[in-house]
Ligand binder design. Structure first.
Ligand SMILES: Cc1ncc(COP(=O)(O)O)c(C=O)c1O
Length: 395
């Protein structure tokens, strides 16, 4: 998006439209309790699905890596050498995802941008689900391939698009959509790609640690040998920071040579790799946390009966329509001590603003019940005001 005029006018216009983004200062955290600007909230806004972001296991994994490897990689991985820690993490990720190899990037965003801009180029076409994450769209744009969009999870329309295309085609989707929490029909998409010879990239950022016994939807559906590129992040259920792509050895070695977001950036920090490795080891040892997550999801959804929520997993979008109503709903929750973010355009389509609640394995039943009660009460009030015109989008 272009910022027209001076920056102050841009910010004023964003604020007037109720779309200004601000950073909230978190002063302390303990598990899911966050002190934000002087008040304590139970956080229902993070992607820390399994509670690994603040856990003795991952803290120790990070500390061990820090002691052994220091604080930084020092340079790009091809320049100053590749820490054995990161190579071990990649081998574990590949084994976990059922692929030949994996490559770690310093962020999931960079994995998407790096992979798509490397595999596709001018003359190719990338066909993307309408709700795909910004990093997938940015990667597709950077590749200079032609970008086509298919309606969300609509395999028939995808097929109609593929039937008309010539040349190299890549299909891009998420397995679990970040803002809606619903799952892609992966088997149908795979079959469709196979019919037309299109390569498939699936972003599993929100599926890892949650679906398929923690190994994601691709493995859950037995598709690990047929999906060409699987993206994951270390930053959500694994509680660390970083991203990765899993696929064939040929794909990975091509990316080592050609993905600019890999070649031209400093390697992942040892502490981040160490924390992710510790979380992975724990998930390979036991699925107990994942089971606790799903118990909490069930508890939460049982209490959401009076609100139509999409999806069936830990991401629970409560659609308000207007951005102003989403902000009012988030503010009402905050007054009761629960933090969940209002998500507004352009992150979600116009008139589909929402409060995005995410449930974690480490929420207590009391926290879940408290947030559900607060949300149900606030939703009724906010939507009533919305219908009677008392909540206005700013001009
Ligand atoms: C679907 C999806 N892909 C990729 C990313 C980027 O991952 P990271 O936060 O590790 O950069 C996100 C996170 O916002 C996401 O939701």
């Amino acid at each position: 998006m272009d910022v027209e005029g001076d920056w102050e006018s841009y910010l004023t216009a964003r604020a007037r439209a109720g779309l200004l983004r601000v950073r909230r200062r978190v002063e302390a955290r303990a598990g899911m309790e966050y002190r934000i600007e002087g008040r304590t909230y139970v956080n229902f806004g993070s992607n820390d699905y399994l509670g690994f972001a603040d856990d003795p296991i991952t803290r120790e994994g990070a500390a061990e890596a820090l002691r052994e490897w220091g604080t930084g990689a020092g340079a790009a991985r091809l320049i100053s050498g590749d820490y054995a820690l990161v190579r071990e993490l990649e081998e574990m990720l590949a084994a976990w995802k059922g692929t030949e190899a994996a490559l770690v990037f310093p962020a999931g965003y960079m994995a998407n941008v790096g992979v798509l801009s490397a595999v596709a180029g001018p003359g190719d076409t990338i066909v993307v689900d309408r709700l795909a994450h910004a990093s997938l769209v940015d990667g597709a744009r950077l590749s200079r391939a032609t970008l086509r969009v298919f309606p969300h999870n609509d395999v028939e329309r995808l097929e109609a698009i593929l039937a008309r295309l010539r040349g190299r085609v890549f299909v891009v989707t998420e397995s679990v959509f970040s803002m809606d929490g619903d799952c892609a029909p992966l088997r149908e998409i795979v079959a469709c790609c196979q019919r037309y010879g299109a390569k498939l990239l699936v972003d599993e950022a929100h599926a890892l640690g949650v679906y398929g016994g923690g190994r994601g939807c691709v493995v859950g559906a037995g598709l690990e040998r047929v999906v060409d590129m699987v993206i994951g992040t270390l930053s959500k259920a694994l509680g660390s920071q970083g991203g990765f792509v899993a696929g064939t050895r040929g794909l990975i070695e091509m990316l080592v040579n050609h993905a600019r977001a890999f070649v031209y950036t400093t390697g992942i920090a040892p502490a981040a790799a160490g924390a992710a490795r510790a979380a992975l080891r724990e998930l390979m040892r036991t699925t107990e946390r994942i089971e606790r997550l799903w118990q909490n999801v069930q508890l939460w959804r049982q209490q959401m009966r009076n609100i139509a929520v999409r999806g069936a997993g830990p991401i629970c979008p409560v659609i308000t329509g207007s951005a102003a109503a989403a902000v009012a709903l988030a503010e009402s929750l905050a007054r009761d001590g629960y933090y969940a973010p209002a998500i507004r355009p352009p992150t979600v389509p116009r008139n589909e603003a929402r409060v995005r609640v995410t449930v974690s394995a480490v929420h207590t039943p009391e926290q879940i019940a408290g947030c559900a009660t607060s949300l149900s009460r606030a939703y009724a009030a906010v939507m009533n005001d919305e219908v009677h015109g008392e909540i206005h989008e700013c001009a």
